[in-house]
Structures are given as C-alpha cells and as structure tokens.
Design a protein around this ligand. Structure first.
Ligand SMILES: [Zn+2]
Length: 403
C-alpha cells in the first residue's frame, strides 16, 4: 500500500484482474443517474466499467480508498483561461484543472482565429486536461488586455471577423464548441451591439452556442439579450455593478427571466470581477439559479478569490444549493450546454473513466467575492485526487507510476 495525496492506493499482485482501477467506498454523487450513495466505481481500458455497492478489491489492479470522501464524475469547468503565455490573464491548465478535479475545461475565448492554431498545438494537444475552446470573435483573442494595458480585443471593430471565425471553427470542430464575446466597454467600446451581431453571425453559421460576457457594457443588458438565442450562454451572471441582471432595487430584470424561459443559459463565471455576494443572494432568493457553475479561473484570481472550481461550488453550497445540485451544475449540465454527449460528466458504464475525489470539510470558512466582501460558509470541497481516462492524478498533477 502507498499513500497518495492522502489516499491509500493499493496495487494487487494478482494479474488476473478484471479492472484497472477501483475507487472504493466513497459517497458517489452522479446527478446524471440520480445517484447519491456509497458506491464503488470500477474502470477498465479508460472507461467506467461498473458502479456498484460492493466490488471486490481483488478484482482491480489498483484500488483507491475513497472512504469518507465525495466521488463525482470528473468536473467540467466551462469558463477558464489556459492559453498560458499568449493571453496575459491565462494560467497553465493542468495545475488548475486536472489537479483540482476538473477533467474537462472550456477555454472561454482566450484564442481568436489568428491565435487559435497555437492554442491547439501548444495547449490542447499537450496538456493532460481535456481542453475545449470557445473561439473569440476577435481575431486576436484575449491577447491585448492586461492590468497594464487596459484595452480589449474589440475596441477596433475590424478585429471582429466572422468569416475567419467560421473558417477556424470548421477546421477545428473537434475542439471548438462555440463562440465567445466580451462586451465590457473597455473591451467592446460603444459599438458592442455591432460586435455582438458579428458574433451572432458566426455562431449561426456554424450552429454552435454563443457565450456572452456581460457587465459594464455600453448597451443595456435587455438590448444584448434580444440578440441571444436558446442554447446561448450568459456568463458573469452574478456580477455586481452596471449592466447586470438586477434593477436598481435589486430585483431580477424581467428580460432576464424571459431569456431564461426561452432557453438562454445562465453561467456563473466567477472571475476577478464577476461574482458579488449581494447580487447572488438577491437573485437566488428570487429563485434565479445558474444552470452551470464555472470558475473563470485566471492569473488575477487564482490566488483568491476564486482559487478553483471546487471553491466556487462551495460558495453555492453556502447560497443554499444541495451538494447534488452543485455537482449537477459542474457535470451533467455543462455537458448538455456544449453537447459533449454521453461520455463526459457522468459515471454511467461506458463513459470516459473520469472521476473526481473530494474531501467535504465542515467548519467556518471565509469565502470572498470579487468585491472583497466575505461570507462565512460551513462546508468546503477540497480536491484530493482526480482520475482521467483511468489514470490517477493527485493535487500535484504527477501521475502515480504504474506497475
Ligand atoms: Zn473569462
């Protein structure tokens, strides 16, 4: 037996085994099959083979002792920035995704048509995290904006190029799952509606969803929502300040409710400036919950207040969601948003062998929002280990050496 990331991992000498890996004794939360109970999860040839009440340890080559832990499908974070070295806000994928329970991540617009080939070659094909992308409608992606150069990618509307976006998406359909646009005024100027129309044109041409970053825009949110269609995604839903989802009396805008009713999806995208406790509390008290919980983890929030997706999930436990409900918003729901199909965000037999293992700790924990306001929550999720395609990773991302 060895200790791995605080878990004991046993390796069988017996070569006559049925499974490669067995995650044993954990509390499995898999909303895709309405499961929340102690179960064993067996993986063979990189796929989930069986989820059952008792699978014998001797049947697996490698056994992870997950007793007293929470076991979920590998998480899906649909808003990250991992074009490290090109987008100033980006961070490396593996230490921030797979090491934190996120086996599948969607980079939200770090790359545009001109910078996407590099993203594919130097990130998607190289990292262990399964990375998909939303293509920025601006050809330069998010390469221009930084704290020292506060000028975004659409200040010159000529950089919004639907033809090039469509061409890039058609050539990379296996990894590009939609179009991204950011509408804050220092990014899209006063021509935000014109830029949004161009993003709309690209998304319609390839029949993929459009993710719209809201808040601080020149045009009002109701105007922006007019251009959004069923299946599109609003990110930064609980952002404080102008251009958000609430009116000046903290009531959810009717236009936001109507957009949700016709199929526009709400995503969290916590980020460095886009999750406010007061907004989140007011909106969720009016029953406006997100369909997906994403982190928008990047250079300027990874050391707080975001840290990782698990911390963002814990904030929604504090807001009143059940554990099963937050896990759904980071597994089965995001899988549906981008049509990942049956193999991701679920532990059904035959799915990808992606599993996340967490400690659910109870105590008094300070959770900060993007404005520096704090709440004391009483549960937090600590990523302990991750399995992707049957391979075990710890919080250091160093895989266990196989026998
Ligand atoms: Zn972002």
């Amino acid at each position: 037996m060895i200790l791995f990331a605080g878990l004991s991992v046993t390796r069988a000498q017996n070569r006559d085994v049925r499974y490669d890996l067995l995650v044993k004794g954990g509390h499995v939360v898999d909303p895709s099959q309405n499961l929340s109970a102690v179960r064993d999860v067996a993986i063979v040839n990189g796929k989930v083979a069986r989820v059952a009440e008792a699978i014998q340890a001797g049947e697996a080559r490698e056994v992870v002792d997950a007793r007293k832990k929470i076991v979920t499908p590998g998480l899906i974070d649909i808003h990250v920035h991992v074009y490290d070295g090109v987008a100033p806000l980006a961070i490396p994928a593996d230490p921030n995704c797979i090491a934190k329970g996120v086996t599948t991540a969607v980079d939200a617009g770090s790359a545009g048509a001109h910078t996407f080939p590099g993203f594919r070659r130097h990130v998607i094909q190289v990292v262990d995290t399964r990375v998909y992308a939303l293509l920025n409608i601006s050809v330069v992606g998010q390469s221009t904006l930084s704290p020292d150069n506060p000028w975004g990618e659409l200040l010159d509307i000529r950089y919004a190029n639907p033809k090039l976006a469509v061409k890039t998406i058609e050539a990379n359909r296996d990894v590009i799952v939609g179009v991204k646009i950011r509408l804050t005024e220092n990014i899209a100027g006063r021509h935000d509606m014109q830029a949004l129309a161009l993003a709309r044109e690209a998304a319609d041409a390839v029949k993929l969803p459009l993710m719209v970053h809201i808040g601080g825009s020149f045009s009002t949110l109701p105007k922006i929502l007019e251009l959004m269609k069923p299946g599109d995604v609003i990110t930064h839903t609980y952002r404080a300040g102008a251009g958000g989802i609430l009116d000046d009396r903290m009531r959810v805008l009717n236009e936001v409710r109507r957009a949700v009713e016709r199929g526009v999806r709400l995503d969290v995208g916590h980020g460095a400036g886009s999750f406010g406790w007061k907004v989140a509390e007011a909106a969720t008290k009016q029953d406006l919950w997100p369909g997906t919980i994403s982190s928008d983890v990047h250079q300027y929030n990874v050391n707080g207040p975001v840290f990782d997706l698990a911390t963002t999930l814990a904030k929604f436990l504090h807001l009143g969601l059940k554990l099963e409900e937050v896990v759904a918003r980071a597994t089965v729901n995001p899988a549906a948003t981008f049509g990942f199909g049956k193999g991701i965000g679920t532990l059904k037999p035959g799915s990808e062998g992606d599993v996340a293992i967490f400690a659910l700790e109870e105590g008094d924990y300070e959770f900060r929002d993007a404005q520096g306001e704090s709440r004391i929550g009483h549960r937090r999720l600590i990523p302990v280990a991750t399995v992707k395609g049957g391979r075990l990773y710890g919080s250091s991302t160093i895989p266990v050496v196989r026998l």
